[in-house]
Design a protein around this ligand. Sequence first.
Ligand SMILES: [Zn+2]
Length: 147
Amino acid sequence: MDTVQLLAAGEAALVRARQACEGAHALRHSSSWLVRYARALRSRTVRWIRGGADLREDGADAIRARLRRLIDDGTLPRAEPRPAWSCTSPGTGSCPACDLALTKGELECELTTATAAIILRFHPRCLRLYAGVVAERGNGHRATSLS
Ligand SMILES: [Zn+2]
């Protein structure tokens, strides 16, 4: 192998090493995010919001009124709700907007507050109503992400 071939092989090895290094940095960043998220999940205090009127027979207006009260008293963030993900409900807990149970197998939307201290689960319709209430007030701001 002459000098030119050795230089070419070294250059190729250097490129592969840089790519591996970039991949390792991305993996480390991703792992760090997952660790922070897992800590937030582990240390969270589940605050299922209860009380108030029974909204079973009421419609969207009653849910919006409840959402306004919860936002005003600081129970729900004023920031635009940005769901982390949607999933099939395991059947535990209730939706803070309507105070009805999230039944097993039903679609639920989960969002984490900006401080990542509380995870809230909503019915998809209730989350849309929540976003509408925040938007109508015009003082919503984007929630910060965990990263
Ligand atoms: Zn609901």
